[in-house]
Design a protein around this ligand. Structure first.
Ligand SMILES: Nc1ncnc2c1ncn2[C@@H]1O[C@H](COP(=O)(O)OP(=O)(O)OP(=O)(O)O)[C@@H](O)[C@H]1O
Ligand SMILES: [Mg+2]
Length: 173
C-alpha cells in the first residue's frame, strides 16, 4: 500500500518502502538552505527517510547513519545533502567540529537526526518531521510535519499537497 494522507501534514507509512518514497517526494521540493529535523526514537526510520531523500535528489550512493563521522555529504544530486546524526554528541560546543555551522541554512539541504536536543544552538527556521511507531504493527509509522518559519511553512504545504495527490485522499483535513 502506498503512503496515505491522514490529515493536514500527517501521513501514514505502511512499510519501509513508503518511508523511502516519502523521502523521494520531499527531495523534489527541497531547496538550498532547507533544514529538516528528524525526530522519533531509535530505529523509527530517520535514516531510511534520508535514503529516499538522497535517491530523489539523484545521488544513488548508499546512505547509512553517519554515527562516527557525525556528518555525511551526498553531493551527487540536484543539490547537496548534508546528513547529520547527532545521537552521540554530548555537548553543544561539539557542534562546531561537525561542520554544521558552515552549511546549516545556507547550502544544500541539511537533515538532522537527533537534532532536537540542540535546537537552541541550531537554526530556528526548520521543518520538523516526526516519525511515530504504531504499537500494533511493526511496519507502520505516522509521519507528522511541523513548520517553523515561512519557508518551512511553504515546504510543508507543498509536501502535504504532493502526498495528497499520490494517496488520493480527498480533503480529509
Ligand atoms: N514504515 C517504516 N518506515 C521506516 N522504517 C521502517 C518501517 N517499517 C519498518 N521499518 C524498519 O525500521 C528500521 C528503521 O531504521 P533506521 O535506521 O531508518 O532508523 P533511525 O530512525 O535512523 O534509527 P537511529 O535513531 O538508530 O538512527 C529499518 O530496519 C526499517 O526496515
Ligand atoms: Mg539513523
Amino acid at each position: 500500500m502506498a503512503l496515505q494522507r491522514i490529515d493536514a501534514c500527517r501521513f501514514a507509512s505502511s512499510s519501509v518502502d513508503d518511508t523511502i518514497a516519502f523521502g523521494e517526494l520531499v527531495a523534489s521540493l527541497v531547496e538550498d538552505g532547507d533544514v529538516l529535523v528528524l525526530t522519533g526514537g531509535l530505529g523509527v526510520g530517520k535514516t531510511q527517510f534520508t535514503k529516499g531523500l538522497a535517491r530523489g535528489l539523484g545521488d544513488e550512493r548508499p546512505v547509512t547513519s553517519p554515527t562516527f563521522s557525525l556528518m555525511a555529504v551526498h553531493d551527487g544530486g540536484r543539490i547537496p545533502l548534508f546528513h547529520f546524526d547527532l545521537y552521540r554528541l554530548e555537548h553543544a560546543y561539539e557542534l562546531e567540529d561537525t561542520g554544521i555551522y558552515d552549511v546549516l541554512g545556507y547550502e544544500g539541504v541539511c537533515v538532522l537526526e537527533w537534532g532536537e536536543q540542540f535546537q537552541d544552538e541550531l537554526t530556528d527556521a526548520h521543518l520538523s518531521i516526526t516519525l511515530t511507531r504504531d504499537p500494533d504493527d511493526a511496519d507502520r509509522r505516522t509521519i507528522a510535519l511541523e513548520a517553523f518559519g515561512a519557508r518551512a511553512d511553504a515546504l510543508a504545504v507543498g509536501i502535504d499537497a504532493a502526498v495528497g495527490r499520490i494517496s488520493g485522499a480527498e480533503g480529509m483535513g
